[in-house]
Design a protein around this ligand. Structure first.
Ligand code: GTP
Ligand code: SPV
Ligand code: MN
Length: 591
């Protein structure tokens, strides 16, 4: 047993905690990740010899690797995710709660001796750029080399984080062990008051890459509430018009509902001269700037995106980005060691599926897991915005709330004002996807796409959103959007993807007071003449069906919002409850 203890820091808060975890987990050795290229090469080689990563065809996909997770560990597990605050009320009605004492006891018990025979990796990291005043520092301890290599793509890791931390005690402690990957001993716990995350029993995605959902959303939203800013599950894009006018748009869509695709949109030919560039695809931290506008940064350094459905037509930018330097998890393999997934272009032959079994075309089971993912460095994105690393972020013109809704929700609906906009976000519903374990396709309320990520009480979160209005002189406009409405034949009414540019243009024009709209009792909608539909290959009936507001459907929807507020309890702000009654009364008055 070789014990490597060349500690690269003198920070006693950090050293003490690492030592405590080492005593608890009993690894064979401890390795401090420095983030260098040299180290990456060594750790990648080790991961290949350990069988953690499989090299892909290096001619077709240089420096790219493949990984299969345990089949019982393929998505975030919301039922096993806990907010551990002294009182249950602090966690609110949308979170699972455990008392810190109980949680720490359970986690210690599961972690005890869990790293015997393994290496304990210590990953210092920064969420945000190293020069950003808003950056947050975390340290993740993990026994997973897969986590180290993914964190390297998703965050800024190693020496630069320790340099920025210095001797400060102010960093997030993230303890992670895959342990025996047993679903009955799997817990993802956040301790906001202790700035602590402890995750056991899973090696996948948001359960294990602790800088992502655990720190940058659950813990960060708790800090944001205390400090007057917002941590949101949002993509961020830059839109430049042919005239050179630039707008930044933020969009909250639930998991696997279109953020990555929207952030990488390629406009249709009729929109020649328009450029959409990516700032972020999953997380936005938003603060009011000195000029009274809302500024957003993307704290991540890479994209952990859904693979299925990605192809040259839907997302050519991602296809280019995935040509090298990526890790693919739970996709399928071709005979020449390239990757494949459902919805990818090109012929499928005999594949090896995500479980490692032979797969033939026509098989009932998908070859790639529906939540299979790529991990890609941000700098590989050919459409990366030059503002993606702006330390103070970019000023937002519009906020979109989206989600998968087969019925009811029109293609786009503009809020009358801030309160109404917050209402539309707070009541947004969505059909569930494979990004979380459990039934797929069920409607659930997913406020601001943050249901699983609000680190405190949801009613207090809504009140916080309402209060942000008072801090701004130029608040962004808010819009509800839905690319997923279906016709009676079960097919999507709106073509989506690049065609969403038509909706974005209307949104941009509305945000500067240029485009026309029709007022309805529920908000402003574009008339068919207000949308730029030149050259669209979709029938007028389908477009009309996508835009339509059905009074009967909306009466039911608003009733469901009432049930939702009742479920959340007494902390839901009055302004939102009254907004609901006003919308319902207005709707009934004109029926
Ligand atoms: P997370 O990474 O889980 O947070 O997901 P995301 O919100 O970034 O979703 P993503 O863009 O990866 O899209 C998820 C799935 O929705 C993919 O299979 C896409 O092909 C599909 N999708 C994205 N945009 C559209 C659209 O405009 N229309 C339709 N019909 N499908 C879409
Ligand atoms: C999501 O589920 O919203 C994701 C993937 O972005 S994960 O990192 O697993 O949270
Ligand atoms: Mn996400």
């Amino acid at each position: 047993m070789v014990v490597t203890k060349d500690q690269p820091t003198t920070n006693t808060y950090l050293l003490d905690w690492v030592e405590e975890m080492e005593r608890l987990c009993k690894p064979d050795d401890v390795y401090w990740v420095d983030g260098s290229d040299d180290e990456n090469k060594r750790l990648t080689e080790k991961s290949v010899s350990d069988g953690v990563l499989i090299p892909l065809n290096q001619t077709k996909r240089p420096n790219s690797f493949y990984s299969r997770s345990n089949p019982n560990d393929v998505a975030r597990v919301e039922e096993l995710t806990f907010i551990c605050t002294p009182t249950k009320a602090e966690a609110g009605n949308t979170n699972n709660w455990m008392s810190p004492d109980e949680a720490y006891a359970k986690l210690r018990e599961i972690s005890s001796g869990a790293m015997k025979g393994r290496t304990m990796y210590v990953i210092p990291y920064i969420m945000g750029t190293a020069d950003s005043p808003f950056a947050m520092i975390g340290v993740e301890i993990t026994d997973s080399l897969y986590v180290v290599l993914n964190m390297r793509i998703m965050a800024r890791i190693g020496k630069l984080a320790l340099d920025r931390l210095g001797d400060s005690s102010s960093f997030n402690r993230g303890m992670h062990t895959v342990a025996d990957c047993d679903p009955s001993r799997r817990y993802i716990c956040q301790f906001p008051q202790d700035d602590m995350i402890w995750s056991v029993g899973s090696g996948y995605g948001g359960n294990a890459l602790l800088g992502k959902k655990c720190l940058s959303l659950r813990i960060a939203s708790y800090h944001g509430h205390k400090q007057g800013w917002l941590a949101e599950h949002m993509m961020l894009l830059e839109a430049v018009s042919p005239e050179g006018e630039t707008h930044f748009i933020a969009g909250a869509f639930p998991s696997a509902s279109g953020k990555t695709n929207l952030a990488m949109l390629v406009p249709p030919p009729e929109f020649a001269g328009w450029k959409i560039r990516t700032i972020g695809d999953d997380i936005a931290w938003m603060r009011v700037g000195d000029d009274g506008r809302l500024y957003a940064v993307n704290p991540e350094a890479g994209f952990f995106g859904v693979a299925p459905g990605t192809n040259q037509h839907t997302n050519p930018v991602a296809m280019k980005m995935l040509e090298r330097d990526c890790i693919f998890t739970n996709v399928a393999l071709t005979p020449d060691m390239d990757v494949w997934w459902e919805g990818m272009d090109g012929p499928t032959t005999d594949l090896i599926d995500w479980r490692g079994k032979p797969w033939k075309r026509g098989s009932k089971e998908p070859a790639a897991h529906p939540n299979s993912r790529f991990t890609a460095p941000m700098d590989n994105n050919p459409a990366l915005s030059r503002y993606a690393k702006e330390p103070r972020g970019v000023p937002i013109s519009a906020i979109l709330w989206g989600g998968r809704r087969s019925t009811t929700v029109p293609l786009v609906l503009e809020a009358f004002n801030w309160t109404h906009g917050v209402y539309l976000g707070a009541t947004a519903g969505a059909e569930t996807t494979a990004a979380i374990t459990g039934a797929v396709g069920r409607i659930r309320r997913d406020p601001m796409a943050m249901l699983a990520f609000i680190g405190y009480d949801a009613g207090a979160y809504f009140a916080h959103w309402l209060s942000m209005f008072g801090r701004m002189t130029h608040p962004p406009k808010m819009f509800l959007v839905n690319w997923f409405r279906k016709g009676d034949d079960g097919r999507y009414l709106w073509p989506g993807y690049g065609q969403n540019m038509r909706v974005l243009k209307w949104i941009i024009d509305r945000s500067v007071g240029r485009a026309g709209a029709e007022e309805t009792p529920l908000g402003y909608v574009p008339g068919v003449a207000d949308l730029d539909l030149r050259g669209i290959d979709t029938s007028p009936d389908a477009i009309e069906g996508a835009l339509r507001i059905d009074r009967a459907e909306w009466e039911k929807e608003l009733e469901a919002h009432g049930d939702w507020f009742d479920r959340l309890g007494g902390t839901v702000p009055d302004a939102l409850r009254l907004q609901r009654r006003l919308l319902l009364a207005s709707l009934k008055a004109v029926s």
